[in-house]
Write a protein that binds this ligand. Structure first.
Ligand SMILES: Nc1nc2c(c(=O)[nH]1)N[C@H]1C(S)=C(S)[C@@H](COP(=O)(O)O)O[C@H]1N2
Ligand SMILES: [Mo]
Length: 406
């Protein structure tokens, strides 16, 4: 007893609040012991996540959804994947938050409070698809380092803010502008203030699109902390790494932005197809821009069982980066024949599109439903994992679910 130190009273009472009841043997807990129900350790409580979400990494937090959790037309935050490169900012005072716009190609440097942004510029709302460039990485072989995302690093939320192009016009953009980059308030894992966790962006043409937002609301409320509170750059259709959370500064660059995770192999693909396992030189890699065509069956959950003769109504979403999805098909015979689905138009450009189909099965047994989207330029999802690449990006292989007919 004597040599043991005990957990502090305050820590114990906050744990009791979290547990919603008394911690009966709380006084026995040794100092430094991390209770399982610790707030800092429970991402489900901390981020308000559904219990079915999958935690891939704790430092930094990386959490993904499962296909059936993404059934909503607009993704609620409890089903939204979280991808962090660094540490979430700790103390945020939205009233004191300022956004600075500068850079070699900015005619002036200006700063804006959140109130300035909300009152001086017209507000716009768009549904925008954000998918991590590494979504699907877990299927590459040889394996690529990084979070082993399966299919759940994608979401489509409704973002409200001001147009990036309106801000750029207010500052003035010089003729030599090339890239619009973000700088954020999150910390590098080392906590070294001189290092950034990530600083990427988009070419000027993408930044000038109507849908490129500097957002302060997500799904009609303040942006949740994990997704960039209080301010976020949102560039739908491109790797979500181009959408800077906790936005502090926008830099109008006269070069392709050279910030953290713009160089090396980060968010880049080989310019030419390579054999699996090839070491690719940096100069042979190109920055990922628009994401490829892809889709998810979000209902039913894989493993569903039906009675013989029953028609199954499936549904899901499809998206195609900067393009639209023009056709959605499903197969129940491993791709031998395809049935065309009902496909809705996007609510706005860069929003995912909803599809549905009524499927009949010829007899009892095991089936797989494969889903294949085709974009407006005629490109379809591959049935197998596409071109291997060093960092395991852009796996847009057909999604599939299992169904049993009894
Ligand atoms: N400031 C900042 N912005 C960021 C990141 C980050 O770590 N820090 N991660 C990026 C990456 S790689 C992705 S996939 C998306 C994830 O967005 P989400 O966590 O809101 O789903 O945010 C992007 N924006
Ligand atoms: Mo990402």
């Amino acid at each position: 007893m004597k040599r043991r130190q005990f957990i502090s009273k305050t820590a114990l009472s906050s744990l009791a609040v979290l547990a919603g009841t008394n911690v009966v043997f709380g006084s026995n807990m040794p100092e430094g012991y991390e209770p399982l129900l610790n707030a800092e350790n429970d991402p489900f409580k901390m981020f308000g996540l559904d219990n079915d979400m999958t935690v891939l990494n704790k430092r930094p937090w990386n959490i993904e959804a499962k296909a059936h959790l993404l059934n909503d037309r607009i993704t609620p935050s409890k089903y939204m994947f979280i991808r962090n490169n660094g540490l979430i900012p700790e103390k945020i005072d939205a009233d004191k938050w300022v956004l600075t716009i500068d850079g070699e190609s900015a005619k002036t440097t200006k700063t804006y409070t959140l109130k300035d942004l909300k009152t001086k510029f017209k507000q716009h709302t768009y549904q925008l698809t954000l998918e991590c460039g590494g979504n699907g990485r877990s299927e590459y072989n040889p394996p690529a380092k990084g979070n082993q995302w399966t299919i759940g690093a994608v979401q489509c939320a409704e973002w409200t803010g001001v147009r990036l192009k309106d801000l750029l016009a207010d500052v003035g953009v010089k003729g030599d502008a090339v890239y619009v980059a973000y700088h954020s308030a999150d910390m590098h894992l080392s906590r070294d203030p001189k290092k950034e966790a990530i600083s990427r962006g988009v070419p000027v043409a993408k930044a000038m699109e109507d849908e490129a937002l500097i957002a302060f609301k997500m799904n009609g409320e303040d942006i949740p902390l994990a997704h960039g509170y209080p301010l976020r750059m949102v560039n739908g259709g491109w790797p979500a790494s181009a959408s800077g959370k906790w936005l502090k500064r926008i830099s109008i660059r006269n070069i392709v932005h050279d910030g953290k995770k713009m160089g090396g192999h980060a968010y880049r693909m080989p310019k030419h197809p390579v054999a699996p396992g090839t070491k690719v030189k940096e100069e042979d890699m190109a920055i990922i821009e628009s994401m490829p065509v892809k889709s998810l069956i979000t209902y039913p959950k894989s493993g569903a069982t039906l009675k013989e003769g029953q028609t199954l109504k499936i549904n899901g979403h499809a998206w195609a980066g900067d393009l639209q999805v023009s056709k959605m098909q499903v197969s129940i015979d491993f791709g031998a024949t395809w049935q065309t689905c009902k496909l809705e138009k996007p609510v706005n450009r860069l929003a995912w599109q909803h599809f549905s189909a009524d499927i009949k099965f010829p007899k009892k047994g095991y089936y797989e439903i494969w889903a294949k989207a085709t974009d407006s330029k005629g490109k379809s999802q591959p049935m197998l994992v596409p071109g291997w690449n060093p960092k395991g990006y852009l796996n847009n292989a057909c999604h599939r679910i299992a169904v049993k007919i009894k």
